[in-house]
Design a protein. Structure first.
Length: 681
C-alpha cells in the first residue's frame, strides 16, 4: 500500500487569492531610523509591513508546513486540488498531469477556466491576476460557485505562485485562449490573448519551484507525484487523470511509468481490492458504499475491510487528505463499533460487550471520503477535520448499511466478531502486562506464580522448566543450575485451551503466570525477540497423568504460541520411571521396555536387582533429578515439532483429541481398541 504521505498528502487548493502585482501597489516597506535607538528601544519606524505575497516567501512554513521535500510536493497538491474541485462540481471530467525534463510541472483540466475579465474591485487587473497574486480571494467563499470544495482560504494557488521562480497560466474560456506569466508572486506582464480555440476549455498551470526557497537540488519525485495523482482518481469515479513524465526523470524511480491513465468507476472499493491481498482478509467481501446528497453537501463514500496486515484509515474531505483524521473518522469508528456490538447482542455473544473502537479499528484497512460545505480544518494544511456535523453525517450514513452487511452474511459477520473479540482480549492482556511493568518501577517486580528465575538476563542458553506440582518444583529448584535454569511449578492440570472460551482462558491464573514468565505475548502479538528463555522444557511425571498434563501444555503452545514451536524452543524432558540397583551399580529406566533392555544388557551378573518405581518427580532426590533429567550432559530431551508438510492434518488431530466434541475422541479410541491388549496394566 502506498504510504499516506506519498499518495494522500495535499492541502487546500483554491484558485482564489488576491494581492498586488507588478509593482502597482506598494509591497514590503520598512523605514529605517535616522540614528540608532538607545537602550534597545524601538519605535513605530521599526514595524515592518508585508504586503502582497511577500509574507509567503518570508514564512513559507506558515502556508505549506516548511521547505522540505514534503512541502515541495504540497505545491502540486494545491494545484491538482483546484482541478479536482472543478471535476467534483461537474464541470470537468479529465485532468492532465505532466512532469517535464527541466523540472516544470503542469496540471490542466477541462473545466470552466479561471475568469479573465476585469475584477469589479480591482478594475486595473483581471480576475486571473487577482487570484494569482493576492491572498484570501477566490470563488470558494460563496457556495454559489462551488457547493463543496477543498480550497476555502484563498491561499492555495497564490502560494504556489509566490514560491515558484516561473509560473504561467493558460485559460481556455469563451472560445479564446489567454496566457499570463508570473515570477515569485509577481506578474511579468498583463494577461495576453493568444488566439481562438474551438475545442479547448479549462485551466492549465505550469510552474517551477524556486531554488531560493527549496534549495538548488530540490526536485519533484516522479513516483510521489504519480501516487498522489492516482489517489485523486480513486476519490472521484467521474474523473479521468492522465499522467505523463519525461523519460529522463524515471531512472531509478520506483515503479513509475512514463504514461498512464487513472479512472476508477468503483472508487474507494477498487482501491482496497487492488491494494490488499484478498487471502489475508477476514471477510470475503469489502464493506463499501456511498451516500449521495443533492448539491454534494453531506455526500460520502467508504470502503473498509479487516485483515492480518497493518491497519490504516485514509480519510478525505472534499478530496483533501486528512492525514490526522478528524470528526468524519470518529463517525466511522462509532458506526462500526456500535454495529458489531449490536450484532453480538443479537447473536447471543456476551463477549461482544467488551469491544471498543480501538479493537474494531486496530486491524481495519479503510478509506473514507466526505463532501461538505465550508468544512473547518485544524491549520492551513488541513490535516485534521474539525467540523462537528461531519461525525453525525458519517455515523448516520454508515450504520444501516453496516447492519445489512452483517445480517446478509452471517458467516462473515461471525468471523469478524470473533476476530475483533480476539483483539479485545489482546488489549486487556497488554494492559495487564503494562500494569505489572508500572508496579516494577516503584518496587521489585513480583515473579508470576511461583517462578524461581535464573540469574542470567540473556535469553540465549536460558532454560525454563515447567514442572508438575510444588513437590517436584522443590526438587527441581534444588537440583537446577541457578545461573541459567528457571523453574515454574504448575498446580495440577492446566486449562484445555481448545475447548475453553477466550474468557475462561483470560481468567486462568496458571496460564497468565506462564505467559507473563515467557514475556513474548501470544498469537498475532507473539514477539520472538522478547522471549526470555531459549528452551522451554515441559517436565512432568512419567505416568499417564504426567502425559496428560504434557499434552495440555503442548496444546497451549500450539494454539497460543505456534511460532515458539516453529522456532525450536519447546522440549519435553524424559524423566525415568524406574530406579534399578545391583550392588554399587545404579541405572534409571524410562519405561517398561527400557527396563527390560537394561535387565538383559546391564545387569547380567550375580545378585538381586532392586527395582524401585518413582511415583513422581517429587519423590526423586534433587541429585537424582539433576542427574537424570536436568543436567545437559546426562539428560534426554525431545524437541516438539509440527509437521510443516501436513499442517491441516495436525490441526484436525488437535481439534479431534482436545476439542469439545467427545464423539471424535470416542471414535479415535474405538479405532485403536486393539492396542489396549498390549498395555501392561
Amino acid at each position: 500500500m502506498d504510504d499516506k504521505k506519498d499518495d494522500l498528502f495535499s492541502a487546500g487548493a483554491t484558485p482564489a487569492s488576491a494581492g498586488s502585482a507588478n509593482g502597482r501597489r506598494k509591497s514590503a516597506a520598512k523605514a529605517k531610523p535616522a540614528e540608532p535607538q538607545a537602550n534597545g528601544d524601538y519605535s513605530a519606524a521599526d514595524i515592518e509591513v508585508l504586503e502582497g505575497l511577500e509574507p509567503v516567501r518570508r514564512r513559507p512554513g506558515m502556508y505549506i508546513g516548511g521547505t522540505d521535500e514534503r512541502a515541495l510536493h504540497h505545491l502540486f497538491a494545491e494545484v491538482i486540488d483546484n482541478a479536482m474541485d472543478e471535476a467534483v462540481a461537474g464541470h470537468a471530467d479529465h485532468i492532465d498531469v505532466e512532469l517535464e525534463a527541466d523540472g516544470f510541472l503542469s496540471v490542466s483540466d477541462n473545466g470552466r477556466g479561471i475568469p479573465v475579465d476585469a475584477h469589479p474591485k480591482f478594475t486595473d487587473r483581471s480576475a486571473l491576476e487577482v487570484i494569482m497574486t493576492t491572498l484570501h480571494a477566490g470563488g470558494k467563499f460563496d457556495s454559489k460557485v462551488y457547493e463543496t470544495s477543498g480550497g476555502l482560504h484563498g491561499v492555495g494557488v497564490s502560494v504556489v505562485n509566490a514560491l515558484s521562480d516561473h509560473l504561467e497560466v493558460e485559460v481556455a474560456r469563451n472560445r479564446k485562449l489567454y496566457r499570463q506569466v508570473f515570477s515569485r508572486g509577481k506578474a511579468q506582464g498583463p494577461i495576453e490573448t493568444i488566439g481562438d480555440t474551438q475545442n479547448r476549455r479549462g485551466t492549465k498551470v505550469r510552474f517551477h519551484p524556486d531554488a531560493e526557497i527549496f534549495g538548488e537540488k530540490a526536485a519533484f519525485d516522479p513516483h510521489r507525484l504519480f501516487t498522489m495523482a492516482r489517489s485523486k482518481a480513486y476519490l472521484f469515479g467521474g474523473v479521468k487523470i492522465r499522467w505523463r513524465c519525461a523519460p529522463a526523470l524515471l531512472a531509478g524511480a520506483l515503479e513509475t511509468p512514463e504514461t498512464d491513465t487513472f479512472h476508477f468507476p468503483g472508487g474507494l472499493k477498487d482501491y482496497l481490492q487492488a491494494t490488499l491481498p484478498k487471502e489475508h482478509q477476514v471477510t470475503r467481501e469489502v464493506f463499501a458504499g456511498h451516500s449521495r446528497k443533492t448539491g454534494g453537501h453531506g455526500s460520502l463514500e467508504w470502503a473498509v475491510t479487516w485483515h492480518a496486515g497493518d491497519a490504516f484509515m485514509r480519510s478525505y474531505c472534499n478530496t483533501i487528505p486528512t492525514g490526522e483524521g478528524g470528526t468524519h473518522e470518529a463517525g466511522m469508528r462509532i458506526a462500526l463499533t456500535r454495529g458489531l456490538k449490536a450484532y453480538g447482542e443479537l447473536s447471543g455473544n456476551k463477549r461482544a460487550a467488551q469491544i471498543t473502537t480501538d479493537d474494531v479499528m486496530t486491524s481495519a484497512a479503510g478509506m473514507l471520503s466526505i463532501f461538505i460545505r465550508e468544512p473547518e480544518f485544524v491549520g492551513q494544511t488541513k490535516d485534521r477535520l474539525a467540523t462537528a456535523e461531519a461525525q453525525r453525517i458519517v455515523e448516520n450514513a454508515v450504520r444501516d448499511p453496516f447492519d445489512h452487511f452483517l445480517a446478509g452474511s452471517p458467516g462473515d459477520a461471525d468471523r469478524l466478531l470473533e476476530w475483533v473479540i480476539e483483539r479485545a482480549d489482546e488489549r486487556m492482556r497488554r494492559r495487564k502486562e503494562r500494569d505489572v511493568s508500572r508496579k516494577s518501577a516503584v518496587r521489585k517486580l513480583r515473579l508470576p506464580g511461583k517462578l524461581a528465575d535464573c540469574s542470567q538476563t540473556a535469553a540465549q542458553g536460558a532454560e525454563l522448566f515447567i514442572v508438575e506440582g510444588d513437590s517436584a518444583g522443590g526438587s527441581a529448584k534444588q537440583g537446577r543450575n541457578r545461573a541459567n535454569q528457571a523453574i515454574l511449578p504448575l498446580r495440577g492440570k492446566i486449562l484445555n485451551v481448545v475447548s475453553a472460551g477466550r474468557d475462561k482462558l483470560m481468567a486462568n491464573q496458571q496460564i497468565a503466570d506462564l505467559v507473563q514468565a515467557l514475556g513474548c505475548g501470544t498469537r498475532t502479538k507473539y514477539r520472538e525477540n522478547d522471549l526470555r528463555y531459549d528452551r522451554i522444557i515441559i517436565m512432568t511425571d512419567a505416568d499417564v497423568d504426567g502425559a496428560h498434563i504434557a499434552s495440555l501444555l503442548i496444546t497451549f503452545f500450539y494454539q497460543e504460541m505456534p511460532e515458539l514451536i516453529r522456532q525450536g524452543h519447546l522440549y519435553l524432558a524424559v524423566p525415568p520411571l524406574y530406579r534399578m540397583t545391583q550392588g554399587a551399580k545404579t541405572l534409571y529406566a524410562r519405561d517398561d521396555a527400557h527396563r527390560a533392555v537394561l535387565m538383559e544388557t546391564e545387569f547380567t551378573g550375580r545378585g538381586k536387582v532392586e527395582i524401585g518405581r518413582f511415583k513422581g518427580l517429587g519423590e526423586m532426590l534433587p541429585a537424582q533429578l539433576k542427574e537424570t533429567t536436568m543436567n545437559p550432559a546426562t539428560r534426554t530431551l525431545l524437541r516438539v515439532e509440527v509437521d510443516e508438510l501436513d499442517i491441516e492434518g495436525t490441526r484436525l488431530a488437535v481439534d479431534d483429541l482436545m476439542g469439545s466434541k467427545a464423539d471424535a475422541r470416542f471414535r479415535f479410541i474405538q479405532e485403536r481398541a486393539a492396542f489396549v491388549g498390549e498395555l501392561d496394566i
